[in-house]
Design a protein. Sequence first.
Length: 362
Amino acid sequence: MNVNDLPIIKERIYEEGLVEQILEALECEYVRPIGNARYEAMLPLRFMKGNKRAVQVKNTPSLPSHIYTTGVNGDIFLLVGYILYGVETQEELQDILFQCKAFVCNLFGWHEYITYEQGDDFEEIVEKRDYLAFLRPTQKDRKKRNRLKVMRDKENQVLDKDTVFSWYRQIPQGAFIEDGISVRTQKVFEVMFDETTMRVVFPIYNSNGELVSIKGRYIGDDEWVLDEIKYLYLYSFDKSIELFNYHRALPYIKKSGEVIVFESEKSCMKAYQYGFKNCVAICGSELSPVQAHMLIMLGVNITFAFDNDMDDEHVRKQAKQIRTRKCFWIKDTLGLLDEKDAPVDKGKIAWIKLMNECRSVI
């Protein structure tokens, strides 16, 4: 590959003001010029990094480029290589420099720069080489990223709190007291009772603290209901785009530098009661892409406190969605919990012991 024309390509990009178009083609977010000095942007969504100034390209003919927190320092071609292929050094770039050069030239139709060394059989190369092969993984992943963006932009319908709450008796419930949730904690989480459905209920809020649903636990004596729909959301909503207790826990998460992630809402309540107020729940056992993104954007360490029946493979699968934050997992190696217990179910002393002695890096 001819490398002598790389400075010419960079100078042409500079003179024609095409840096912004390249960043947008790489699917960077929040692309903007900073006067005449440089361009700034956020890495594409799949990197799950929220710094809107992480990508920086100086507006000079050599187009020096830098990505904060990665150690990537080079030119526009290294920037392309990092975003498309994950290369971080000039040495690594050499193996895919043709693809990076082709990405830029194909973008602007500069086919005169796509040449081969003397002696290459051009017809054979044309027949066997897929010039856009380097884009195939990006194209394949684009639909997934677009789905995530659509989900992130989706919002649950906000309910009128006064109207909804008027249906329920706002009194502490014995069923929750038996489960170890005190009257004081029930008041904090607004536990109520629905006489119509015989359910202990509590509100579900979005990240802004707006009411989006009510969850109820049946305490009647109908065996079928107990077996099939013991827990029920009384107002339809998409729980995959919410984290229970997020709005209440946020200041404590920021202060502690950590978020503790439970499966169930009741585990959050118990942890709060024990003095651990930096907790959220995913309302199930599977972490959704939107919930993973919400956790990443908190910018803190993440501790998974899943129920005791979750195996190593399942927990690692959930943590795999979070590649840019340090993740921990509480695994009961001391035999303190029963099979289906959450880490908070055996009381405060057992919980603190689990936190101190059974938490490991995933």
